[in-house]
Ligand binder design. Structure first.
Ligand SMILES: Cc1ncc(COP(=O)(O)O)c(C=O)c1O
Length: 430
């Protein structure tokens, strides 16, 4: 497809990044299941290795199937470029890698996927990085947490598990004032519901494992660069602004301008960290994205119906879905994710932990799995599983207390989902 910035989302989700295969005319993006690519001659090889010419060298760095996916996700997010990698968690490390260094910190929201809280509170310490956790509704606290060693601000647009919606405009104002990049995990919203770059995000990360692929077949991640951040302005991002010894002193920002982060992500990130997405996975994700808008519309429609019904049930203490008028975040939906609040929320059961466990075990259509964003409806007791490593304080801050069940609403018949929830609630409270 030629550049066509005026095409609508539904057209771009099918065509962006995809061209008929130049060798065969194949209409669907082929799976280029190859490790290496034949160089035209020694000069061509040298130019590729020096980043003087763009092309394919080795599939740890670049692959045509993965490249099509990168272009598609970048286009849908309104970014300048994207780098795909092996998982959502890999995307988070890959996003931070060029920005951070020993002694530096990232300011992050307390409302994150449990695995991300563990990654930021424990694992990144091994690199000498640290994270400062802050309630992102307390804007003064976010500003106060930023110090000379802060290199990024990180949050989720619609946070897992609670469906909490971050006021991205307000957080972007703070990151702009501090001259820092804002990284937004847009996994739960997808670019169909929310486009963080339009709200001031510098980088958008995805677990493509979830709604983008959409059917629970792939583990994948992506980092989209807005191309708007001035990496050379402050001297705080030498990996992007200063001479790179591994490329004979090349300066990524000076050389690649708005594509600096993307080129660095491929040429340094994938080359040296090796968290590569395989072409088969990229193909599944490309196919999934073709129906993203249709699925997200149905996820939202079903979530609104089911959450509305759950709210009326005596055994249910609360429902966190931001699409409900009762949600304190309802007024953010129209501004941040105008096409709906997604398909993910939690319910709090009056019967506490025991009722939650009975409820999860009694569901029939809903699958009890550690995943979300599938066509199938899914359920999990976050505190004892995905958020198990967190302290009680962290669980409460993340909205994943012991009496809370996370629900990912699929695209089945909403009445069937309600009937299943109804029988399981009855058993849980019998
Ligand atoms: C919001 C969010 N971000 C990131 C991740 C990590 O993604 P992955 O499992 O693909 O590494 C998850 C996984 O559940 C998630 O829900």
């Amino acid at each position: 497809m030629t550049d066509a910035p005026n095409y609508g989302f539904e057209t771009l989700q099918i065509h962006a990044g995809a061209r008929p295969d130049p060798a065969t005319g194949a209409r669907q993006v082929p799976i280029y299941q190859t490790t290496a690519y034949v160089f035209r001659d020694a000069d061509h090889a040298a130019a590729l290795f020096n980043l003087q010419e763009v092309g394919y060298i080795y599939s740890r760095l670049t692959n045509p199937t993965v490249a099509a996916l990168q272009e598609r996700v970048a286009t849908l997010e309104g970014g300048a470029g994207a780098v795909c990698c092996s998982s959502g968690h890999a995307a988070q490390i890959m996003a931070l890698f060029p920005l951070m260094g020993p002694g530096l910190n990232v300011v992050v929201s307390t409302r994150l996927y449990g695995g991300s809280i563990t990654q930021f509170s424990q694992t990144i310490k091994r690199f000498g990085w640290s994270a400062k956790f802050v309630d992102f509704d307390d804007l003064d606290a976010v500003s106060a947490a930023i110090d000379d060693d802060t290199r990024a601000i990180f949050c989720e647009s619609i946070a897992n598990p609670g469906g909490y919606i971050t006021d991205l405009d307000a957080i972007a104002k703070i990151s702009n004032a501090a001259g820092l990049p804002l990284i937004v995990d847009n996994t739960s919203a997808t670019p169909y519901l929310c486009r963080p770059i339009e709200h001031g995000a510098t980088l958008v990360v995805h677990s493509m494992t979830k709604y983008l692929t959409g059917n629970g077949t792939v583990t994948g991640g992506c980092i989209v660069d807005s191309g708007k951040f001035d990496w050379s302005a402050s001297g705080k991002f030498p990996s992007l602004s200063d001479p790179e010894p591994a490329y004979h002193g090349l300066k990524f920002h000076e050389t690649f301008g708005p594509l600096a982060f993307t080129f660095h992500g491929i040429a340094i990130g994938l080359r040296d960290l090796g968290m590569t997405l395989n072409p088969q996975a990229a193909h599944y994700t490309l196919m999934g994205i073709e129906t993203l808008s249709l699925r997200m519309e149905r996820h939202v429609e079903n979530a609104e119906k089911v959450a509305g019904w759950l709210e009326t049930q005596d055994s249910v203490e609360s429902v966190t879905y931001a699409g409900l008028k009762s949600s304190p975040y309802h007024d953010r939906v129209e501004r941040i994710c105008p096409k709906g609040a997604g398909g993910l929320f939690t319910i709090q059961l009056k019967g506490g932990y025991d009722a939650c466990i009975k409820f999860v075990d009694s569901l029939e259509i809903f699958s009890h799995v550690a995943n979300l964003g599938d066509t199938r409806s899914l359920v999990i007791h976050a505190a004892s599983t995905t958020h198990r490593q967190l302290s009680d304080e962290q669980l409460t801050a993340a909205g994943a207390g012991l009496d809370v069940v996370r629900i990912s609403i699929g695209i089945e018949d909403a009445d069937d989902l309600i009937a299943d929830l109804s029988q399981a609630l009855e058993k849980a409270t019998a």
